[in-house]
Design a protein around this ligand. Structure first.
Ligand code: DAV
Length: 375
C-alpha cells in the first residue's frame, strides 16, 4: 500500500496537499479569545453570523483556481468536507453561538512525519472545526498503514483558560506592544492550547510562536509528546496581535528564512540560526496598505506563501514586492490571486495543510549552541 502522509518541513518537494473551502463560513460571536484578535477599529466587532454569500463565492472561485494551479504542478489536492458552521457549540464547560469555517486547514492540522495531529485551538468557535477534515483522515488511515491519526488533548476552554478583564478597548497600540513584549496574552497557562499555524517545522526542530493562540503549556506538551524533536519557543515583540508564525517567520529553503521587518526575531533568539549558517532576512513590504474587508489578518499575508520546492514558490498575485524579492532570491515565482480568500482565515499557506512532501527528518541545526529559545 502506498505511503500517503509524510512531511517534515515547509519547503521539500510538495506532492499532496489539502486546500480549504469557504462554504458556510461564519464570523463568530465575541468570546474571550477572539476579542483580543479582532482589531479595535475592525467592522467585525459586534457583528457575527454567516459571511455574505457573494464573498463566499468569490473566495471559492480563487480556491478552485489555486487547486487547478497546484494540480498543474503535479500535486494531488484533497478538500475538506464543509459542515454547517452556523450552529452553537455546547459542551459541559461552555457555550458559544456559532462556529467558523474550514478555510484555513493550516490552523487545525499539523503534519509531522507520518502523523497528522489535530490542534487544541483556544477559540471556542473552532472547537469542532477538525470534523471537516475527518473524512480525509479516515481515508489516509485506511490506505496508508503507517499513517498516525492523532488528536491533541482537547482543551476544556473554561473561564480558567482566559484572563479576565484582559480585553480593554481603550488600550493603545503601544500598550499592546508592551503586553506582547512581556508575553502577557489573553490565554492563561491552565491547559495546553495551540493552533497548528503557530508551529514552524524544520525537521528535528519545531519553532513555536508564543502568542494569542499558543501558550507555553502547549510547548511543554510538545516536548513530552515528541521526545526526539527539539522544541523552541520564539516570540516576536513587534506584533500587537501575535497569532500564527506564517506571516512573520517563513522558511524558503534550507538556510534561508524571511522575517517580517515589523516583527523581528529578537537578537538573543537568533543564536541557533547563526551558529548553523542560517540567514534571516527582512521580507519585502506588502503591496497593500489595508487588508480586505471583514479580514482578521494583517497586510502581512503578503509573505504567507506556499513553497513548492527549494526553487519554486507561490506568491499572492498582487504582492509584487514580495514576488520581486523571491525572484531575486533565486526562486521561480508562481503568482496566484488569493485576496478574496483572506477574510476567511488567511493566505496561501494558511489555506493549505501538508499531506506529503518528499524528504526525511533532517537535522538543520547540528551545531548546538546555548539556546535561549529551547523549551
Ligand atoms: O499577520 O495577521 C496572519 C496569519 C494567519 N494564519 C497576521 C497573521
Amino acid at each position: 500500500m502506498p505511503k500517503i502522509v509524510n512531511s517534515w518541513n515547509d519547503f521539500d518537494p510538495l506532492k499532496r496537499v489539502i486546500v480549504g473551502r469557504a462554504d458556510n463560513s461564519c464570523i463568530p460571536p465575541e468570546e474571550p479569545a477572539t476579542s483580543e484578535k479582532v482589531p479595535i477599529d475592525s467592522p467585525m466587532r459586534g457583528m457575527w453570523g454567516p459571511r455574505p454569500v457573494a464573498t463566499v463565492e468569490a473566495a471559492n472561485a480563487q480556491l478552485e483556481n489555486y487547486v487547478t494551479v497546484l494540480e498543474g504542478l503535479g500535486i494531488q489536492v484533497d478538500r475538506p468536507t464543509p459542515l454547517q458552521w452556523n450552529a452553537p457549540v455546547i459542551t459541559p464547560d461552555f457555550r458559544t453561538d456559532s462556529m467558523m469555517t474550514q478555510m484555513p486547514p493550516r490552523d487545525i492540522l499539523l503534519t509531522i512525519g507520518n502523523e497528522i495531529i489535530a490542534s487544541a485551538n483556544s477559540f471556542r468557535c473552532r472547537y469542532f472545526e477538525y470534523l471537516a477534515y475527518w473524512p480525509l483522515m479516515r481515508e489516509y488511515f485506511e490506505n496508508d498503514p503507517e499513517f498516525k491519526w492523532s488528536q491533541a488533548p482537547r482543551p476544556r476552554l473554561t473561564d480558567k483558560s482566559y484572563k479576565h478583564n484582559y480585553y480593554d478597548e481603550r488600550i493603545s497600540l503601544e500598550e499592546r506592544l508592551v503586553r506582547t513584549a512581556n508575553k502577557d496574552f489573553v490565554t492563561t497557562e491552565y491547559e495546553p492550547m495551540w493552533d497548528a499555524a503557530d508551529v514552524m517545522r524544520l525537521g528535528k526542530d519545531l519553532f513555536i510562536q508564543h502568542g494569542l493562540t499558543t501558550n507555553r503549556t502547549a510547548m511543554e506538551w510538545f516536548k513530552r509528546y515528541y521526545p526526539d524533536l527539539r522544541v523552541h519557543a520564539v516570540n516576536f515583540p513587534g506584533d500587537p496581535y501575535p497569532i500564527h508564525i506564517d506571516a512573520t517567520f517563513v522558511p524558503l529553503r534550507p538556510g534561508l528564512i524571511i522575517n517580517n521587518p515589523h516583527r523581528r526575531l529578537p537578537e538573543e533568539q537568533r543564536k541557533i540560526f547563526e551558529a548553523n549558517d542560517w540567514q534571516i532576512i527582512d521580507a519585502a513590504m506588502p503591496a497593500h496598505e489595508e487588508p480586505p474587508p471583514l479580514c482578521y489578518s494583517s497586510v502581512w499575508l503578503s509573505m504567507n506563501c506556499l513553497v513548492i520546492d527549494h526553487k519554486t514558490v507561490i506568491v499572492e498575485a498582487s504582492e509584487v514586492h514580495q514576488a520581486e524579492q523571491m525572484d531575486k532570491l533565486g526562486m521561480n515565482v508562481i503568482p496566484v490571486p488569493f485576496r478574496d480568500v483572506y477574510a476567511f482565515g488567511g493566505g496561501l499557506h494558511c489555506g493549505t495543510a501538508d499531506v506529503y512532501r518528499e524528504g526525511t527528518c533532517e537535522d538543520f541545526f547540528p551545531n548546538q549552541v546555548e539556546d535561549p529559545t529551547r523549551v
